[in-house]
Design a protein around this ligand. Structure first.
Ligand code: SF4
Length: 327
């Protein structure tokens, strides 16, 4: 007898839907934990090999000094966090990092710059980096802030595969976290990226003091985009001294696991990334995240400016779980 025999009618569907209501998403969050995990596991298996994890490496190509006020971010110039503002890295240094990432097993190389939006001269430099990284045989991803449609088109031309631009949280809670831009601004950039033919990487952060309803609102917004983001990073807030969110009440790790499971069910064909916050997570929590349908991690010693578990520890964890990097 198959386990699904106990649940009436077949609860999982791998056909992406774009009409998720917040009510429906909330109902998923309200499921008993074993039932939620079971449904997420079914959807995961219908779309992916659950033993495989996509591995990305993230490099900060331009650190600190950002004019925006994201309450979680140590790179905002206005918060005293000990992060010093640096200039955009040079092409050769970026390519050296990309080669090292490839040698360490990464299949995608993400370049992050702490900008509100790139200036045209900066974009020329980033386009050269994208071309160079792509030529090494890596997938390319960038996160550079808001883009115009022209800028998105230029990035596409240089060979950019993915653009990361997170919605962070629900539309209602957004203003409590960021005041220097609007949710609408975010959606506009996502539209420009999509229209340029670049894959979208878009997710959010949990543990910022949001309610369960905000987490449901974030997933409902992501899952009702006209095309689901190909990559959905779910971050656990890393509290950094000096940012307004330092000292926020800690989230129960099971709430992160639930968020991942709900994202997996609502966006069945998307890669769900267990992203920032892994450093503080037990191996058991990470294992639960994989069971919930997470199938991508960042790999490497530093995630932008906060520490990331060491590569060896990651490899031991995957080994221990009988999992392997996605080809
Ligand atoms: S999250 Fe990005 S946009 Fe916001 S302050 Fe940090 S670097 Fe700037």
């Amino acid at each position: 007898m198959s386990p699904s025999h106990h649940t009436s009618p077949h609860p999982a569907s791998s056909v992406p839907r774009h009409d998720w209501t917040r009510e429906q998403v909330r109902a998923l969050f309200a499921l008993p934990f074993p039932e939620l995990m079971f449904r997420a596991g079914l959807v995961h298996r219908e779309n992916f090999d659950p033993a495989e994890v996509q591995i990305s490496t993230l490099l900060s190509i331009k650190t600190g000094g950002c004019p925006e006020d994201c309450a979680y971010c140590p790179q905002a110039a206005r918060y005293d966090t000990g992060v010093t503002a640096e200039k955009l890295m040079g092409l050769d240094a970026v390519l050296a990092e990309a080669r090292a990432a490839k040698a360490a097993g990464a299949s995608r190389f993400c370049m992050g710059a702490a900008w509100r939006s790139p200036k045209d001269r900066d974009l020329d430099n980033v386009c050269a980096m994208v071309e160079g990284v792509k030529a090494l045989g890596l997938e390319t991803c960038a996160t550079l802030g808001m883009l115009t449609s022209d800028q998105a088109a230029r990035l596409k031309q240089s060979g950019l595969d993915y653009y990361n631009h997170n919605l962070d949280t629900s539309p209602e809670f957004y203003g409590a976290i960021i005041t220097t831009r609007t949710y609408e601004d975010r959606l506009d950039t996502l539209e420009h990226v999509r229209a340029a033919g670049i894959h979208v990487c878009c997710g959010g952060i949990v543990g910022m003091g949001e309610t369960l309803d905000d987490r449901a609102g974030m997933i409902a917004t992501l899952a009702s985009l006209p095309v689901h983001p190909e990559s959905v990073p779910i971050n656990m807030l890393v509290q950094v001294e000096g940012t307004p969110l330092a000292g926020a009440p800690k989230l129960d790790p099971l709430d992160l696991v639930r968020t991942i499971a709900v994202a997996r069910i609502c966006m069945p064909a998307s890669v769900v990334r267990l992203s920032a916050g892994r450093e503080d997570m037990s191996e058991e929590t990470q294992a639960l995240c994989f069971l919930a349908g997470a199938n991508s991690i960042f790999y490497g010693p530093k995630l932008l400016t906060t520490p990331n578990p060491e590569r060896d520890r990651d490899m031991r964890l995957l080994d221990n779980l009988g999992m392997r990097p996605m080809e």
